[in-house]
Every structure is written in C-alpha cells, then in structure tokens.
Design a protein around this ligand. Sequence first.
Ligand code: GLA
Length: 424
Amino acid sequence: MLRSLLPTLLFLCMQATLLPEEAALETVEREPALKDVCGGYFEIGTALTYDVLRRDPATCDLIRHHFNSITPQDELKWDSVHIRLGIYAFRKADAILRFARDAGMSRIGHVLIWHQQIPDWVEYRSTGRQCSSRDLLERMQQHIYRVAGKYRGDISHWDVINEAFHDNGNYRNTFWFRIIGPEYLEYAFRYAMEAAPGTKLYYNDFSIIQPGRRAAVIQLVRDLRSKGIRIDGVGMQGHWELNWPSVDELEATLNLFREEGIQVCITEMDISVLPRAWNQPGADLSLNYELKAELDPYAEGLPPEVDEALAKRYGELFRLFRRHADIIDRVTLWGATDACSWRNDWPVNGRSDYPLLFDRNRRPKAAYYAVIEAMTECLDNDDTAGTEPHDDGGNIAEDPVRNTDNEAEAGNKDEGQEDNQTPL
Ligand code: GLA
C-alpha cells in the first residue's frame, strides 16, 4: 500500500518545498506542450496583453511552455500605437514582442487598418471637418509605413485589414469606406507591401464561412493579385460556439481557399459555451446586451457535461485543422486561460465563459487533452500529417532591405515621445 503511494508522497513533498510559482511552473512543464504536438502541422499561438505580461508571470510561463507564436492582443491597434497625429507609442507592443522574441516565438502584427479601437482624430482634420480622401490616404500611408516599417524583419505576419465585409458580402460602411471608397483595401495592402516586404500580409475577418462574406474575401484576393498587390492569405477569426459553425461549413471554406491558392491562419480562436444573447452569430464588437441570469448559467462553475462538450468540439476542430494543415500556417487562440478571455465581457458584460484550453487557475481542461489527442492519434490516409514541418524558430527570413534605423529604434521609444514624421 505504502509502496504504491510512494510516488505521490514524493511528489507532494517536492511540491511543499517549492515556492507556489515554482510549483505551478513544474506542473506546467510536465504537460505535453501544444507546440510539440502541433509543430509538424502549423504554428500554435496565443494573444497576450501587456497587462498579463506585467502582472501574471505564471500565465507567461504557461504561454512559454505551450505556444510558439504571440499576437499582441491590443497593443498594435491604432489607438494603442498611434495616439495623436504623428505621435506613436510603441512601449507596450515592444515589451510583448521582446517576450516572444526571447522565447523564440513568431510575432504576429494585429492590426493595421480597422474601424474599431481607432481614435476619432483619424477621421477628422484639426478644424473639425472630415478628412478628404487624400488626407485620409496620407494618414493611412504614414501609419502603415511607420508601424509595419518599424517591425519589418521582426513581425512575420500582419493582419493588414480587419473586418471589411458584412455577411452578405457588401462592404462594411466604415469611415475608411465612406471617405476613400472600396479602393482603401487596395491602398492598405500596397502600403503594407512596400513597408514590410518580408512579412506575410493577411486579410482577417469573422464569419468567413458565410457564403456572401467568403465570396467577397475571395474576390478581394483575386483583385489584389490581378493588380500585382501582394496578399499572402486570409485569417479566419475563430470566435465560435459549441454548435456554430459546423465542421462541414468550415471544411467547405478551407477547400474553397485551397482551390484559390489561398493560405489560411485560424486567428482569434475561442469557443463560447454560453447561450447566444442575440440571433446573429459572429463577433461584431459594436453589439452589446444587458446581463441577465439566463445568459450567464455557469457563473458558479462549468458543469462536467459542458466541459466535455467543449472538449469534443475542440477535438473535432483540431482534427479538421490537421486534415488541412497543408494550407494552415497557424492556429492562434485568443488568450491563454479562461480568466483572460474577452468573451467574459462580449456581447454581454460580466458573464463567466469558458472558451479556452486552460481554466481560471491555469490548469489544463478536458479541451486541452482533446487537442493533444487530436494532434497525436494515428490517422488512416494521413497525407498532410507532418509532411512539411513549419519553421517554429520564431524568426523570419532575413529581409535584404531591412531598415537598420528602425531596428535600432525598436524598444527604445517612450510612450508619447514624438516621432520623427512630420504631422500633417
Ligand atoms: C475582433 C478583433 C480582435 C479583438 C476581438 C475582441 O475580433 O479582431 O482584435 O478586439 O474583436 O477581443
């Protein structure tokens, strides 16, 4: 009896002599790393905020152990990085990118042009009048040259544009669209291509399985390519639910992209287990609904059957990704633990959601084990499996025209310090 308990007793004694953080790190390090099981197929990333980086070393250890790619969750968005006309603030983004670089992870830029999380001044002149198309294009160009140019040779992928279409394929009526017209997409990719020649350039959106939106995205890729403007792939935001979208819908979309020669990243993946507060699936940030008890059923904890349903769903999705690994560059989860997820506050503020692979105490959930199983089980007819291991070194090919001024500057600029560009 004592003999059989010995390993457990030994383990408990060792834990007792460790500081809590060391014990947590030891536990994390014993789990199979997601990056090891996904590595031969695609990169596996997570989003990281400056707040988690600064205040939560245990989550940072978990991230270092499991992931090989980092996307700054908010810190490269316009309102973080380009605070006033010509005034840039890179300190927080630099800290996250440094963490990723030191850990040998790839660095993902999110996002250059979007209509959310962008300051009002971008749309207006100092007189209060709305910008002309020429003014706005100049602002766009300066922003992309400055931000994408600064990280050229460092960031491996940029989301150049986020969420430009509706489900029916119409252009989203943003100020970019209203002032410049549909050509704004073309300009953004052209400027990004000039500013960051060695970086993969992506269009990123939610609900890309919707036929209208998907057709619009495919048409965008065709149009850009026919004009010699580089677009390397499409980011499919994975803000999904337990029953939406179906694996079949996703698979049909991946097959269409393959036929078009379009590479894919699954970006922003998280699977809400909560009831829908509205009729429309998707991830439109402008939606917001009032908190009601029936919309927050698991405030006291996740019932085992829902935990299992989530695990089953993650398993099915990672099997799908594995089957299509020939066109999937990367899968990025939107946060590391349930505590960090934006889904707790969208589209209803203050709910308890459980959309990720690690729980609020950073422990692996059933969903984590389902992913490990999906990525390691033997498959019949496994054509794509591990045939083309992706580079997981976190470093992109040396860019021959890399701007050494920008490189020297990285990490040295204080927030709010004036940039050397002339304001308009
Ligand atoms: C969109 C954006 C992300 C993020 C989420 C909410 O999907 O692309 O950057 O803001 O909304 O976290």
